[in-house]
Ligand binder design. Structure first.
Ligand SMILES: Cc1cc2nc3c(=O)[nH]c(=O)nc-3n(C[C@H](O)[C@H](O)[C@H](O)COP(=O)(O)O)c2cc1C
Length: 679
């Protein structure tokens, strides 16, 4: 059987014209609307832009309905769709344009003064044109004709174009429908970049199924996920492993409640760690979780129903199982098929109608990758009797410790179960002692200051062979990731190579880079001696002109803290001031300063940060609470401050809430483009 998405949309426009096809915020296209846009764009491209069969047309893959319409419109008139990342620079768009030998670039990205050799046309204008001419009827292409060129933004530097024929596209979308069991009444929320093969195949599959897609511009704001889910009654979500962590961090207690609304979640473009799989299936018992392995070259090929596998001690670690129409074999170093197991992995090769036809303009690479109809990957795997595939990592990432092969994924999976580890990544580096060839190094993002090197080393030595044990641990505030949230191992190597200069093991830097605001606490009080050290960290901070006019007022009495909170909330309500993050800390330090000191705020802020860092180093959580900055002069509150002995000429700049954390700090990506050097 063979069909195209364009042909299917034409039929769906007749069968279910009013059903929602694509939505973005309040903009919505029904299947009739989508088909009309597709026909209009196809006709415009052919009549006005001169697009003929086989012409490559670049377009910016925005997360908006015009992306879907342009993608289909290009194929409607026989063109080849070439996707460009919405964040791509002018230079990389030119590279793809030239490499693809494109004739047109549909975009609204501001261009430099001139567009070079590129023939640029506004995507939005094309979308809104409603081109009246209808001289082009859709004609079905041959299955082997080129439908799409997918330029991988992979790790290898220069992007390479993956050629997908209509046949491959059809099988990629059918595999996804079958692998997941997408139903026609699905409403899928898709917050991923649409030039990526995972997002694209989800989009194709859902539309082909006649179901609806709600687009969203990334995962940065969990609130948007919640709003979209509710507004559109979304039943499904497509995500990547890193985005699940962002959501968990931002949603905190509400994570389960919000995510349980989804009937299924498909996670692609990376494997969840074992810990994440266990935790997610426990937290979302009624949501079916899928983790798929795929690539631009194959689409989704191995599917794992994580919810089903969760109780199976071994299968929970699998990357997935091939669908019936996908063949998998494991090859030894000389390229011969081998029988594999955990100690004898080999390279994975795949075969099926979904695979690419080759790399555009890269004959040599195509020959190396496609052999006798099999597509060779660089993933080291082994399989079990039931056909489940287990991944050890990419061939280049496997660590050779004195001849023993260590899978970074295995180390990460085990280390990820250590309670103080939020996430981690393992790479092999040259053995500094020059004995073993390579040794594993583990980069760790810690959950809290309970992390110690001795602690994790002991934990790991109970769970893995000696030669697999990391020889060094490096704490990072976050793991470097690519735009799909995949761990960037090359960047980790760079960090390792530069660590002599950066001294990543410096404990002050570690405390600084791993502190996060904590807003929920256990009832346990802050021990007296630790509190005293924290306070002394506060008054050791710098002060303008060494004034030291500040005052640190400590509240530890639960009733007093609750009373202050209640009064603040009451007054804040009256004054329409937003109060957030004030829960029930066992300790509050009110940092005030003499209002006559012009540096009062700066001095208090320095002290506050010292307090936060000192608290963090003792395993305590902390946060800055701001309401007294706004409301400290309100009568009812001022009377309370009087009762604490805070002089009338003092302003409270910061309340530092302290306690043992009962939540994880939110994993925040700190902006890095805020540093400017002046030569
Ligand atoms: C001046 C200032 C005022 C803040 N006010 C509050 C507040 O009232 N409530 C709160 O929960 N967090 C407050 N914070 C904490 C910030 O929300 C937090 O630092 C920010 O989201 C970054 O997160 P991180 O501290 O985990 O890096 C404040 C921080 C600063 C510096």
């Amino acid at each position: 059987m063979f069909d195209t998405l364009v042909n299917r949309i034409l039929r769906l426009a007749e069968d279910q014209p009013d059903k929602l096809a694509v939505a973005f915020k309040k903009e919505q296209l029904t299947f009739r609307g989508l088909a009309d846009k597709m026909i209009s764009i196809g006709n415009h491209l052919a009549a006005v832009n001169g697009v003929k069969q086989g012409d490559r047309v670049l377009f910016t893959a925005l997360s908006k309905p015009e992306m879907a319409a342009a993608y289909l419109g290009i194929q409607y008139c026989g063109g080849v769709a070439v996707f460009v990342d919405k964040n791509s620079t002018f230079e990389s768009a030119v590279k793809i344009y030239d490499d693809a030998g494109a004739i047109l670039f549909l975009t609204d990205k501001p261009m430099k003064d001139n567009t070079g050799n590129m023939n640029v046309f506004s995507l939005r204008q094309l979308y809104e044109a409603d081109f009246p001419k209808r001289y082009l009827e859709y004609s079905m292409p041959e299955p082997e004709e080129m439908a799409e060129l997918l330029f991988t933004t992979g790790t290898t530097g220069t992007p390479k174009g993956v050629i997908l024929t209509y046949k491959a596209v059809y099988h990629i979308l059918s595999n996804t429908i079958e692998g997941i069991g997408i139903s026609a009444d699905e409403i899928l929320l898709l917050p991923l970049p649409l030039n990526h093969s995972f997002a694209l195949r989800v989009l194709r599959a859902v539309l082909y199924r006649g179901a609806s897609v709600v687009l969203q511009n990334g995962f940065a704001f969990a609130k948007e996920i919640e709003n979209n889910r509710i507004a559109y009654h979304c039943t499904a979500l497509a995500a990547v492993p890193a985005s699940m962590e962002i959501l968990r961090g931002q949603m905190q207690d509400k994570f389960e409640e919000i995510m349980r609304g989804f009937r299924y979640i498909e996670i692609g473009a990376g494997s969840l760690t074992m810990e994440q799989r266990k935790r997610l299936t426990k937290q979302l018992p009624d949501t079916v979780l899928y983790n798929t392995w795929g690539s631009s070259e194959t689409g989704g090929a191995l599917f794992l129903n994580v919810s089903e596998a969760a109780d199976h001690p071994v299968r929970i670690g699998a990357v997935g199982k091939p669908l019936s129409c996908v063949e998998v074999k494991v090859l030894d170093e000389s390229g011969r098929e081998m029988s594999s197991d955990a100690r004898h992995p080999g390279r994975m090769a795949l075969k099926g109608d979904m695979q690419m036809a080759g790399y555009w303009n890269r004959e040599e690479l195509t020959k190396e990758t496609l052999r006798d109809g099999w597509l060779l990957t660089s993933d080291m795997v082994y399989t079990d009797d039931e056909g489940y595939v287990y991944m050890l990592g990419r061939a280049d990432d496997i660590i050779n410790v004195g001849g023993e092969k260590v899978s970074p994924i295995e180390v990460e999976n085990i280390a990820g179960q250590y309670e103080a580890v939020r996430e981690c990544a393992c790479i092999g580096v040259l053995d500094p002692k020059e004995v073993l060839g390579q040794v594993p190094v583990l980069f760790v993002v810690v959950k809290d200051a309970a992390f110690t090197e001795a602690g994790i080393a002991k934990f790991l030595s109970n769970h893995m062979e000696r030669y697999k044990l990391p020889q060094h641990y490096i704490l990072l505030p976050e793991l470097p990731r690519n735009h799909m949230g995949k761990i960037d191992r090359k960047e980790l190597h760079k960090i390792w190579d530069a660590q002599g200069e950066n001294d990543l093991m410096n404990p002050v830097m570690q405390a600084l880079l791993t502190r996060r605001s904590i807003r929920k606490f256990k009832e346990e009080p802050v021990p007296k001696d630790i509190l005293s050290m924290i306070l002394s960290a506060g008054f050791h901070a710098p002060t303008g002109h060494n004034m030291q006019t500040w005052r640190f007022t400590v509240l530890q009495n639960k009733e007093k803290i609750m009373h202050l909170k209640n009064v603040i909330q009451k007054v804040a309500g009256e004054q329409k001031v937003h109060v957030y993050g004030f829960n029930e800390p066992p300790c509050l330090i009110l940092i005030s300063n003499d209002v006559r000191n012009p540096n009062g705020c700066q001095d208090a802020s320095c002290a506050a940060e010292n307090i936060f860092l000192a608290a963090h180093s003792y395993g305590l959580g902390s946060t800055w609470l701001n309401p007294l900055f706004y409301l400290g002069d309100e009568t009812e509150i001022r009377e309370l401050l009087d009762s604490y002995g805070i002089p009338r000429n003092h302003k409270v700049w910061c309340m530092a809430a302290l306690g043992y954390p009962s939540m994880e700090g939110t994993l925040l990506a700190k902006k890095k483009d805020v540093v400017f050097y002046v030569d």
